[in-house]
Design a binder for this molecule. Structure first.
Ligand code: 13P
Length: 253
């Protein structure tokens, strides 16, 4: 069966010292929490803070993820980081397809499919993000946008590769805006995605794939969103930078 997951995407926040402090606070907080066996907690600090975070969570149930990677094995790609480099420091998960990467850094569906293949080939787990813009939702195109993002980024994969995929539905209009999708809107989209997995692959793939919701999840709304049948947890931005808030969100799962 699928896992319940709370993952914190720190984005471009925390210098070395701040990251160390936050990891320490989270490690303490999580240690005292009775987590079910099927529940996972991940944090995704910026690249430079990954080695320290890996080291400092070694004896904790917190897992460390990267926020991005390049699709090539290595080479003349100044400023980039490969899947193999992430693996070599003990990172096992990478976030791909975040809307900030898609919009600000113009990452296309085709590029993301290449990154997905590189991560899978290197044995990394992927938290694959996707979600519609406000105009897509207003025009009623949100289901087709999400379907198209999933098809182009992931549906070329064999069923077996889905053991390495976690999905994160993040409606762009809800990211960092304080405006959350209602629990019903999240459930409706997650159920649509699960049906898509069932139709494209199998019931087993559909049942075993965790689908997270992301976009202004806070301690005040987490429980209601997570209570929905097809919402398996959250990808948290702003609230993941505060240990007390992140702890409360983990408790909500
Ligand atoms: P916020 O929780 O700050 O809205 O960010 C969500 C997000 O983009 C997580 O990847």
């Amino acid at each position: 069966m699928r896992n319940k997951i709370v993952a914190g995407n720190w984005k471009m926040n925390t210098n070395f010292k701040e990251s160390k402090t936050l990891v320490k606070q989270l490690r303490r907080a999580v240690k005292k929490m009775p987590l079910d066996d099927d529940t996972r907690v991940l944090i995704a600090p910026p690249f430079v803070n990954l080695p320290s975070a890996v080291k400092r969570t070694r004896k904790s149930s917190i897992e460390v993820a990267a926020q991005n990677m390049h699709q090539a094995i290595n080479g003349a790609f100044t400023g980039e980081v490969s899947a193999g480099m992430l693996k070599s420091i003990g990172v096992k998960t990478v976030i791909l397809g975040h809307s900030e990467r898609r919009t600000i850094f113009e990452e296309t569906d085709a590029l993301l499919a290449e990154k997905v293949d590189a991560a899978i080939a290197n044995g990394l787990e992927i938290i694959f993000c996707f979600g519609e813009l406000l105009e897509d939702r207003k025009s009623g195109n949100h289901f087709s946008v999400v379907e198209s993002q999933l098809k182009s980024g992931l549906f070329h994969l064999e069923s077996i590769a889905w053991n390495q995929i976690v999905l994160a539905y993040e409606p762009v209009w809800a990211i960092g805006t304080g405006e959350t999708a209602s629990p019903e809107q999240a459930q409706e989209m997650h159920a649509f995605i699960r049906k898509l997995l069932q139709d494209t692959y199998t019931t087993v793939v559909a049942d075993n794939t965790s689908i997270l919701y992301g976009g202004s999840v806070k301690p005040a709304n987490a429980k209601e969103i997570f209570s929905k049948k097809d919402v398996d947890g959250g990808l948290i931005g702003g609230a993941a930078l505060n240990a007390e808030d992140f702890k409360a969100i983990i408790a909500a799962i």
